[in-house]
Design a protein around this ligand. Sequence first.
Ligand code: TYD
Length: 145
Amino acid sequence: MSVGKDKKTMYYNEVKEIELPKIKDLRGNLTFLEQNNHIPFPIKRVYWIYDVPGGENRGGHAFKNTSEFIIPLSGGFTVDIKRGEKKSFFQLTQTNKGLYVPAMTWRKIGSFISNSVCLVITDTEFKDNIYIRDFMEYIKIYNTL
Ligand code: TYD
């Protein structure tokens, strides 16, 4: 797996689905991940989104220096991606598969199935100024990379 040497290099990493190990067992399956091994960054923060009304959307922003790994712990949802003007679309429904989203990616999570749990693992702590919430501002900064 290509791992950016520094934050600047990370911007050029691709958004991609990463399949995690699945230990199959009749007593129930088990999945795990390790920082810098299954996901290409060190873990600083984990949060989860839940009790989302069916069909609702979240996000619609980018992060300047924060990369994310998004996992549907249960249920499922879509992720709309823009890297600059280039668009892609993912549907996440398998709990052993997540989406790696490098810094400087515009992303919207949507079409939640009722009772979904969306786990997000990131490589920075929370601060309000890590967000870019205006798309035109995002494009302007993206074009300077
Ligand atoms: P936000 O990331 O804007 O939610 P979404 O993109 O899913 O719509 O976060 C919603 C609110 O929660 C916002 O006021 C910031 C706060 N928040 C934290 O305090 N800590 C965190 O780790 C996160 C992700 C959000």
